[in-house]
Design a protein around this ligand. Structure first.
Ligand code: CTP
Length: 412
């Protein structure tokens, strides 16, 4: 590994019995050519000695906020930014609470507040401390801030209890480190909040209903949660948002202009009417087919003959907008709902529909549709990146940040 490609980790060691596992983590990381800069809290030194950590890491341990020699060599701000990734292991309840609140009262917490890098935490604590509403609130806040988590695992703990709270094993932490280093997960900074100020965003969401007769229709299981979350996130980022929603049970998002439609053709017409826009997001699960003729009266059971439906294909809204020769939005994002060959099918959709980004999700997996948590893979012509086990709100926030970044890059 050359000096340029060698990855560097700032490893913050918290004060918990699991700190002993960090020695193994350091050794394993070194074997993979990852350079470690260790930082210890005062409590951590009760569990492992700075000498052991320094010997394995082959570098000095940083532990004081106001150490004159350290500040002269490398100030704490520089230290917080010099790594590719910040890892906190064990992440104690105290460290998580400080991070969630933005408290900076020692070197470790100050680095965690000052860093502009991704942070991966490996929590370790007693099961009741982990399950305490205060810790759960802090975890939720940190996830929302883009902090990555590995563990904790269920198991017997040093304190004699059983349950979630045990720190993940060094190899599992290492795998999470390598995955975090390999992906460009977005870590939001405060300046991202108005990233879409002055921009217009058009989003389709929910299912479409394709009528068969006055009382029956074809539909699908889409809840509209992801599309509506995107509309909220785009509005929160300062954009002027038009949401074109199929029939859903969700409330119209505040601060968003929402048009309600039933069919794919109505959705296309409203989308085209909402242009021009800077960004178009096709999050709706549009019915691919409709009955070629809608019966004007309710179809009766008749004399035992089952009715036969003839289908015609609906317009593809994403492809229509992405392939426009006039008023094509600068960025067009589509979704790919797949039950097999996820990446290959999604890449094919990116190419043949003409989108700039495709968000692929495996809808075959325990009913993603309608659920709050999801795993998505972001595909562009140049890259593929997976975001695992995130709430749809978090996916929305990261996607909007990513699109804002892309738009910014294009208009520069
Ligand atoms: N889409 C659309 N109009 C359609 C069908 C799909 O705008 N008539 C959009 C969806 O909003 C999504 C993307 O195209 O962004 C892919 O949708 P998906 O249902 O995964 O794929 P289909 O194009 O319908 O293809 P298939 O059903 O064969 O997988």
């Amino acid at each position: 590994m050359t000096a340029q490609t060698q990855k560097r980790i700032l490893l913050v060691i918290g004060g918990g019995i699991a700190a002993y596992k960090v020695l193994e983590l350091i050794r394993r990381a070194q074997e993979r050519g990852i350079e470690i800069t260790p930082v210890m809290t005062a409590a951590a030194k009760h569990f492992v000695t700075p000498l052991s950590v320094a010997s394995l890491a082959r570098t000095k341990v940083h532990d004081a906020l106001f150490a004159l020699t350290d500040e002269a060599e490398m100030g704490h701000i520089e230290l917080s930014r010099s790594a590719d990734l910040v890892v906190v292991a064990p992440a104690t309840a105290d460290l998580l609470a400080k991070m969630a609140q933005g408290i900076a009262n020692d070197l470790a917490s100050t680095l965690l507040l000052a860093t502009d890098k991704k942070i991966l935490v490996a929590p370790a604590m007693n099961v009741r401390m982990w399950l305490h509403p205060a810790t759960m609130r802090n975890v939720e806040t940190l996830r929302h801030d883009g902090v990555l988590f590995v563990g904790p695992e269920d198991g017997d703990m040093a304190c004699g209890e059983y349950g979630p709270g045990r720190m993940s094993e060094p190899l599992a932490i290492l795998a999470a480190i390598e995955s975090a280093l390999a992906t460009e997960t977005f870590l939001p900074l405060p300046s991202a909040t108005a990233a879409l100020a002055g921009k217009t965003v058009v989003i389709t969401s929910g299912p479409t209903h394709e009528p068969i007769d006055p009382v029956r229709y074809l539909a699908n299981r889409s809840s509209g949660k992801q599309g509506h979350a995107l509309a909220k996130a785009a509005a929160a980022a300062g954009a002027r948002v038009t949401l074109i929603s199929g029939p859903v049970t969700l409330a119209d998002p505040a601060g968003v202009t929402t048009h309600h439609v039933e069919t794919a053709r109505q959705m296309l017409a409203e989308t085209e009417a909402a242009l021009p826009a800077d960004i178009f997001i096709a999050a709706a699960a549009v019915a691919d087919w409709r009955a070629d003729e809608e019966a004007h009266q309710k179809i009766k059971k008749g004399a035992g003959e089952a009715p036969v439906l003839h289908f015609v294909e609906n317009p593809d809204i994403l492809a229509t907008i992405a392939q426009r020769t006039t008023a094509r939005p600068s960025l067009v994002l589509g979704f790919a709902a797949e039950t097999e060959n996820l990446l290959a099918n999604a890449q094919e959709k990116l190419r043949c529909k003409g989108a700039d980004l495709i968000v692929a999700n495996d809808v075959g997996k325990d009913g993603v549709m309608g659920k709050d948590e999801t795993t998505v893979t972001i595909i562009t012509a140049a890259s593929t990146e997976t975001w695992a086990d995130l709430s749809k709100d978090e996916v929305a926030r990261r996607l909007i940040a990513r699109l804002a970044g892309e738009l910014d890059g294009r208009t520069r």
